[in-house]
Design a protein around this ligand. Structure first.
Ligand code: URA
Length: 434
């Protein structure tokens, strides 16, 4: 077989056999097929798509590219939660410790920033000393001792996804249902949790721009999970505007800590608490929505959620004082306030453009391996539906210098739409797919 033949076959709309997909992924993992051929193949998949059998085969080939942990044979039940990616999406950072504080074991493998969206691992690495690259043994050890582990892609588990994820990020090949489904589900199957909650985002700030596309992605992943015997549920949630107020790594880390303390913005806090309640119901820890909600609120009230985050950070080499005192997280040297240009209600915020603006401040990568600045980003001072007077604060820009912040002002102003009439927003959770 030749890689170029498989590129041509997919480019021309052909259906790849199981053997072809296995050969291609194994060759890429071993370094025998170069990035430029894989990038070309990825673009062909973006354009031509894959049927359900090809998507399943791609997922399994990526699982088999490395070791499999079968974590549910060690700890059960053990859950995982994964978002398809959004702007200001710090949900995992709050949901995982809260769920663990409520008594569920959480074995989480997260990613780095992808496209205009931030990544959980980049946010966690705002904390000094934190180690996300764990061996399989370390993964199990931290899970057993803390009931929670927050790991990144490792060379051992689904390494094909690790390589492909970084390549997709810089070749415009993220927005594809089979590629996203295989990327997410290969990591989940490699770990082998018993329960999985997927947060599938739709809207301007998500990779799936419409709810119909998000539903298709969700169903694809739920079907793969079910076939593998993993109890998989997907929530379709809105990403029409950034989630919460903070966008950028340390800024989002601080907001996640606020959510765990019951002091976070209402939209993202409610979403987090709802997802933890769903996990408690899925795993049968509680049997009614009311009891689940109360359990979550208690873990917020008594500080168990934030204490669990500090404990897992310490177990993975990080400095827990930065959780107890978020003022110790990295801070950008320069802050500028962009003011509202007019009186009115905010009727829309372009979440994707906000994500890109944050990347321009250094919070994300434009090229593979680019370093990121954990301190930079944006804090939205007002959200859709809020009324501002001209000159009131609209966005706080956290930048490396004055010029960088001010260079963004025009682009940031263009992210906002205004109305003279009041504006209402819909619920964040659109539907749940079981
Ligand atoms: N999250 C992942 O892990 N992979 C994707 O492709 C998108 C979101």
């Amino acid at each position: 077989m030749q890689a170029v033949e498989l590129i041509r076959k997919k480019r021309d709309g052909g259906v790849l056999s199981t053997e072809e997909i296995d050969w291609f992924i194994a060759g890429y993992t071993r370094g025998e097929i170069p990035d430029y051929q894989v990038a070309s193949w990825l673009m062909a998949v973006c354009w031509r798509g894959m049927d359900a059998r090809e998507t399943r085969d791609l997922t399994l080939a990526m699982v088999h590219s490395g070791a499999q942990l079968r974590i549910n044979e060690v700890v059960a039940p053990v859950i995982d939660k994964h978002s398809t990616g959004g702007v200001g999406d710090k949900v995992t950072l709050a949901v995982a410790p809260l769920a663990a504080a409520c008594g569920i074991s959480v074995g989480k493998m997260s990613g780095r920033g992808l496209g205009h969206t931030g990544g959980t691992i980049d946010k966690l690495e705002s904390i000094q000393g934190f180690r996300s690259e764990l061996t399989s043994d370390e993964f199990v050890r931290v899970l057993e001792s803390e009931g929670l582990v927050l790991a990144g892609q490792s060379a051992e588990l689904a390494p094909a996804d690790g390589k492909m994820y970084a390549l997709r990020n810089v070749t415009g090949t993220v927005e594809s249902i089979p590629l996203i489904a295989a990327s997410i589900m290969s990591k989940k199957l490699a770990i082998g949790c018993s329960h999985l909650l997927l947060d599938v985002k739709f809207g301007g700030g998500a990779f799936m721009k419409t709810v119909e596309r998000a539903r298709e992605l969700a169903q694809t992943m739920v079907d793969i999970g079910r076939l593998a015997g993993m109890h998989t549920v997907a929530a379709l949630t809105s990403m029409e505007q950034p989630l919460g107020r903070a966008v950028g790594n340390a800024l989002e880390m601080a907001e996640a800590i606020a959510i765990l303390r019951g002091e976070g913005p209402e939209d993202v806090s409610e979403l987090c608490y709802h997802e933890v309640a769903e996990l408690l119901l899925m795993t049968g820890v509680v049997s009614t929505q009311e009891v689940a909600q109360e359990r979550v609120r208690e873990a917020v009230r008594n500080g168990a959620g934030v204490a669990k985050l500090a404990a897992v950070i310490a177990a993975q080499g990080g400095d827990p004082r930065q959780i107890e005192e978020p003022e110790l997280l990295p801070r950008a040297p320069y802050r500028a306030i962009l003011n509202a240009p007019r009186d009115g209600y905010i009727s829309a915020i372009d979440a994707e453009a906000i994500g890109l603006a944050s990347m321009h401040l250094g919070a994300g990568r434009f090229k593979k391996g680019d370093p990121i600045d954990h301190s930079t980003g944006l804090v939205l001072q007002a959200k859709v539906g809020d009324h501002l007077r001209s000159g009131e604060p609209l966005v706080e820009v956290h930048a490396r210098d004055h010029a960088e912040a001010e260079a963004l002002f025009a682009a940031l102003l263009a992210c906002y739409q205004w109305s003279d009439d009041s504006v209402t927003t819909g619920p964040l959770i659109h539907e749940i797919i079981h």
